[in-house]
Design a protein around this ligand. Structure first.
Ligand SMILES: [Mn+2]
Length: 330
């Protein structure tokens, strides 16, 4: 009987089936492993320490990959990767490097003007929403579970007036759309209030909570930064307490952006409040040096606030671990 298959064709077909089965199962186990890692981080209840890569690099191109090992060697569990320019991120290589050194990659965002999701221009909002959705995909692909920062309008945008109700509505609606997308990826978005010279939109924890409540999606959270809190809040303890379970991310640096523990931030107030709300997420060192010219210009760093970038990272981490042990017993 004529089967229509020669022996050679049959072997080729079998080989193809084997390859397809193998890649399907590899994909399945890869995804399963990533999701298990995420679950572990959610349920482990352990404070994790991170560093923002802007400390050593202006952008996350291939030359910045080596910083993952550097962060690990200093003692960090994770790194914040800037998501402003997604085209320069080599997702596969970054993912491999993160896995190799057992480092978590988190997304960090300061939306540029042309991607302002609160803009009165619809095309700009749409571009911003698309960019945020792509950032969610990239973060998830890297195994990360959060994107934090100025995600609600353009970072550095000052209109010379207070925010309008229309801009607020635009921000809420855009974030809602992004969050519904992010829910599916298990990625949360942290709203970071920054000081009045960097945004007119959200300067305080109370306003970040208000925005999160208006967005009203499981993936919207709040991210506080001691540097900005020192400028905008009455104290450190109460805003952290009031943010409560919405608090998902912390940037910890000194009032002059220098090494944590060397200035006048009320660290006892910060950690007392963190302990009372049972905070168990990230504590991240985010400081800058004049050597990173672009980021120094955006954050007004005109002088050295510490002997070196490495000192900012290692001495800041040492202090923050000490405070964590004292107040959170971890
Ligand atoms: Mn920050």
């Amino acid at each position: 009987m004529e089967t229509g298959f020669t022996v050679k064709e049959t072997i080729i077909t079998l080989k193809r089936m084997k390859t397809a089965l193998f890649s399907a199962s590899a994909l399945y186990w890869g995804r399963l492993r990533e999701n298990l890692i995420k679950l572990f981080h959610i349920f482990s209840g352990m404070i994790k320490f991170g560093v923002h890569l802007f400390l050593w690099a202006e952008s996350f191109d291939l030359s910045a990959l080596k910083l993952i090992k550097k962060a690990k060697d200093i003692g960090f569990d994770g790194v914040e990767i800037p998501m402003m320019d997604l085209d320069i991120i080599d997702v596969e290589k970054t993912k491999k490097e993160l896995k190799r050194h057992d480092v978590v990659g988190l997304g960090s965002m300061g939306l540029p003007l042309n991607l302002d999701i609160a803009s009165n221009d619809e095309a700009t909002r749409k571009r911003g929403i698309e960019h945020m959705k792509r950032s969610v995909e990239v973060t998830s692909e890297l195994g990360g579970d959060a994107i934090n920062g100025v995600i609600y309008t353009a970072w550095g945008k000052i209109t010379g007036k207070a925010r309008t109700e229309t801009e607020w509505r635009h921000s809420v609606e855009s974030l809602k759309e992004i969050c519904r997308y992010a829910n599916k990826y298990g990625v949360t978005l942290g709203i970071e209030p920054v000081n009045r010279f960097e945004t007119y939109f959200i300067n305080t924890a109370a306003d970040a909570v208000k925005l999160a409540k208006d967005v009203d999606e499981p993936s919207i959270k709040v991210h506080l930064d001691t540097f900005h809190m020192n400028i905008e809040e009455k104290n450190f303890y109460q805003p952290i307490k009031d943010t409560g379970s919405l608090l998902w991310h912390m940037h910890c640096c000194e009032n002059d952006r220098g090494i944590a523990g060397t200035g006048h931030v009320d660290w006892d107030g910060v950690f007392q409040a963190l302990s009372e709300i049972n905070y168990d997420r990230w504590i991240v060192v985010e400081s800058f040096t004049p050597d990173m010219e672009k980021i120094a210009a955006s954050t007004a760093i005109w002088r050295k606030v510490a002997p070196s970038a490495d000192a900012l990272a290692s001495e800041g981490l040492k202090f923050l671990k000490k405070m964590t042990n004292k107040y959170l017993g971890k």
